[in-house]
Design a protein around this ligand. Structure first.
Ligand code: FAD
Length: 295
């Protein structure tokens, strides 16, 4: 990263933290430097080393220097999920539950010495498949269905899957007051909804909510909310009116960046679920069971 991209305040803070760490930790300037770079870039750090070379002290000192909260998780075989996330504790006096946060809620968390790592980072939409799909007005259908984002006004959903993803998002967004159009290359919107006997019901809902269905159009590109498509049978190129948000219901690709990053460092490393190849949930569950037994 070029230093000119950083403000003077950020640089001063970085140098102050570095000096503080170098005061506490004897040697290891490279480890300190890479820790600070990873922190600036928002990354995770794997610190490898024999016992007694100040790995824990380094993480703890970083938290202290930054005035951050610090917690450590010992990855023992009997570790329970609630040991990481926290527990709801019943207060008999008030008759209510109160959440007691686990170590994961600290600003800096040290996960100590895992014997094995199972990576299950899932998948992401293959945005490279549509030019312009990385624009700021373009979101993934999972962002809508998870409630992570809420578009407004005019929305176009590009459906390359033909299953529940696009139709569910369309129904949800129209219910919230959006003006929704679904464009797909298939013969009709929701082509695979018949499998689950949901087709008729969805079309009733779509009519009630005023959702526009535009089948037989293969999307070619997105440009600042303007979707361009090819009409499959006439070859005509169509530019749809500009929308505020484009929602992608398209094929996904494995998110294996973390797995690749760990490969050189973790001898007992496993990869499961959609980060191997995006499929259905049961595959992730079966592979999780197998990997769990293997470690
Ligand atoms: C819209 C949609 C609808 C679906 N509907 C169905 C269905 O009806 N039935 C069905 O069987 N399957 C369905 N699937 C597929 C199913 O969701 C997946 O197969 C399943 O969730 C895969 O599980 P996973 O644990 O591998 O990944 P995910 O469930 O995707 O979980 C991966 C998690 O890892 C987190 N993560 C990523 N990177 C990091 C990192 N560096 N550090 C920490 N955490 C990280 C992510 O935030 C995410 O929470 C659907 C998929 C989509 C996208």
């Amino acid at each position: 990263m070029s230093e000119t991209n950083l403000t003077q305040d950020t640089l001063n803070l970085g140098h102050a933290v570095q000096s503080e760490l170098e005061r506490v930790i004897q040697g290891q300037p490279a480890a300190i430097q890479s820790l600070l770079v990873a922190l600036t870039a928002g990354g995770h750090v794997l610190i490898e080393g024999v016992p007694g070379v100040a790995k824990t002290l380094l993480a703890r000192s970083l938290a202290a220097a930054l005035r951050c909260s610090f917690a450590r998780i010992q990855f023992t075989p009997d570790l329970m999920p609630s040991d990481i996330t926290g527990v709801n504790v019943f207060n008999a006096a008030t008759g209510t539950f109160a959440f007691r946060p686990g170590p994961l809620f600290a600003d800096i968390v040290l996960a100590e010495r895992p014997d094995a790592v199972i990576v299950a980072t899932g998948s992401m939409p293959d945005r490279a498949a549509i030019p312009g799909a990385d624009g700021p007005e373009v979101v993934d259908v999972t962002d809508i269905l998870s409630g992570a984002t809420m578009p407004f006004k005019r929305v176009m959903i590009i459906d390359r899957l033909g299953f529940h993803e696009a139709t569910s998002a369309a129904e949800y967004l129209a219910e919230q007051g959006c003006e929704v159009e679904v464009v797909t290359q298939t013969l009709f919107v929701g082509q695979d909804l018949g499998i689950t006997l949901d087709l008729e019901n969805w079309y009733r809902q779509a009519r009630r909510l005023g959702i526009t269905c535009t089948p037989n159009h293969s999307v070619l590109s997105i440009d600042h909310g303007v979707v361009t498509a090819l009409h499959n049978y006439s070859g005509q190129i169509i530019k749809f009116p500009k929308v505020d948000t484009v929602v992608l219901a398209i094929h996904r690709k494995a998110d294996h960046a973390l797995y690749d990053a760990l490969k050189a460092w973790v001898p007992d490393l496993h990869r499961i679920g959609d980060c191997v190849a995006p499929r259905r949930a049961h595959a992730a569950i079966i592979e999780g069971e197998r990997a769990g037994r293997a470690v």
